[in-house]
Ligand binder design. Structure first.
Ligand code: FRU
Length: 488
């Protein structure tokens, strides 16, 4: 049995040493997926922020690169995005396309509130080295104290760049022809959505509904920070609507607050820029923690990890345009089949699971919606995490009250549930559960309900079991795959 050290995930991004929070600057360029991240190179808590950098060819295995962005006279480096300047709109790339990072410079001022302004850095060697733009900062605001996390994308229809940026309790939409000079187009968020915390890390992108490219809607993601008044802590909401390059108009469904994830540990997620049209996917990654307890989680030597990469789509579910998430397909390439059962009795199921000892794996199951059932994962002598379906409330849930180490913060222990729409799913509900050294990510009802939760089980808590309140009905289907990334 491989007892993994320090709760480091086998197929989740985490820093070799020290602290990680938000994913930043995700961009695809010349065969490489870039992922930068909020990083404190001096310790394992939040501190002076730099951009750490990892690179992947397959979204599963990542190679750590040199730190990309360092603090300077304008402040430390907070969250932001990166794009490929294909047409040399900036004038910085006479010799061919390169990368531009657009980020927040956060400047601490003695005796006053910090100043947050937006700046640029660029790379002419595929992200290896970065040069700060000489005219930084390029965007300031006179009144917003919280003015950060710019996400920039090319808006085809108006032939210019658009920036969505968090402004306290709203987002602002700016546009630009060169990434340097920005014009305010509109502000969104007053009187709509959750305001349980400061608005952070927004994103805005179009998606086809049910794959029909002639029928698209825009999705806006807005993360909201942890306020001590709300047990949920930091989490991410989304809106759907229309966007004309200047104004975002939410649709009726957006009058209700909708969450990207129903667990506690999915925050600051935004999507990749410049995924080739031939691929066409909208890929998201999030920080897998919660500001309530992020600085106290019981890892050693490093702290912080990302979720698995998820493919985002829009589907009409019960007449409502709904954001749906699927684990990125590349994860299927590292599967090692362990269990495959069809219509198995409870006895057969129990026997198949009895001797398993797994840390990093995927469960794929079809559960009946007529009764409650589920799995206990990462079980040890005295504990385990429950991933189940509750027939009474029609919801999937993760119970981490006995998941292992829970005492490091009073708000860590708990049960997170997500209602599952059943009228479209019929008699059964599909679950995909991604388990790793310190996390569980549940995708239910074909990606409609997602729960992402950190867990800190004993390294030897490696058992799995199945439970049901109807022992007469067989389990429709169950597959278990160990997930073994190729790390050579
Ligand atoms: C979100 C956030 C951002 C900010 C960064 C600082 O988690 O607070 O708003 O840019 O983290 O590390």
């Amino acid at each position: 049995i491989l007892a993994k050290q320090n709760f480091r995930g086998a197929y989740h991004v985490s820093p070799q040493v020290n602290w990680m929070n938000d994913p930043n600057g995700m961009v695809y360029f010349e065969g490489e997926y870039h992922l930068f991240y909020q990083h404190n190179p001096f310790g394992d808590t939040h501190g002076p922020m730099y951009w750490g950098h990892v690179v992947s060819k397959d979204l599963i295995t990542w190679e750590e690169r040199d730190i990309a962005l360092l603090p300077d006279e304008h402040g430390v480096i907070f969250s932001g995005s990166a794009v490929v300047d294909w047409e040399n709109t900036t004038g910085l790339f006479p010799a061919g396309p390169g990368l531009v990072a657009i980020f927040t410079h956060h400047l601490e001022i003695q005796g006053s509130h910090p100043i947050q302004r937006q700046s640029l850095a660029y790379s002419m060697d595929k992200g290896k080295t970065w040069v700060k733009y000489a005219g930084n900062p390029v965007l300031a605001h006179e009144t917003f104290v919280d003015f950060r996390d710019p996400k920039v994308f090319w808006h085809k229809e108006t032939n210019r760049w658009v920036m969505i940026i968090a402004c306290g309790q709203t987002v602002c939409l700016y546009h630009s022809s060169n990434l340097i000079d920005w014009t305010l187009g509109s502000e969104f968020g007053d009187g709509i959505g959750s305001h349980d915390g400061v608005w952070e890390c927004p994103d805005l992108f179009p998606l086809a509904i049910d794959g029909d490219e002639s029928n698209t809607k825009w999705v806006m993601l807005v993360s909201i920070g942890a306020d001590p008044a709300f047990v949920e802590g930091s989490r991410t909401q989304y809106f759907t609507g229309d966007f004309d390059g200047v104004v975002f108009t939410p649709d009726a469904a957006s009058e209700v607050v909708r969450w990207v994830d129903h667990g506690r540990d999915n925050y600051a997620g935004v999507t990749w820029s410049d995924i080739p049209e031939s691929d066409g996917r909208r890929l998201m990654i999030s920080w897998m923690s919660n500001w309530h307890y992020a600085n106290q989680t019981p890892t050693e030597g490093f702290r912080g990890a990302m979720t698995i990469v998820r493919e985002m789509s829009l589907e009409l579910r019960e007449g409502i345009v709904t954001l749906v998430q699927k684990p990125v397909a590349e994860l299927e390439l590292i599967r090692k089949p362990i269990v495959a059962l069809q219509d198995a009795t409870i006895n057969e199921t129990s026997q198949a699971l009895q001797r398993l000892e797994l840390v990093s794996y995927e469960i794929q199951a079809e559960l009946s919606t007529n009764y409650s059932s589920g799995f206990m994962i990462r079980t040890g002598a005295a504990n385990g995490t429950i991933v189940g379906f509750d027939a009474t409330s029609c919801s999937v849930y993760v119970d981490r009250t006995k998941s292992g180490e829970i005492g490091f913060h009073p708000l860590f222990s708990g049960i997170q549930a997500a209602k599952v729409v059943t009228s479209t799913s019929g008699e059964s509900i599909d679950l995909r559960v991604f388990v790793d050294s310190a996390s569980v990510e549940v995708f239910a009802n074909k990606g409609q309900a997602v729960i992402t939760d950190l867990i800190y089980p004993d390294p030897d808590a490696v058992g799995i079991s199945y439970f049901t309140d109807n022992a007469n009905e067989p389990l429709a289907s169950l597959s278990i795959y160990e997930l073994v990334p190729d790390t050579k």
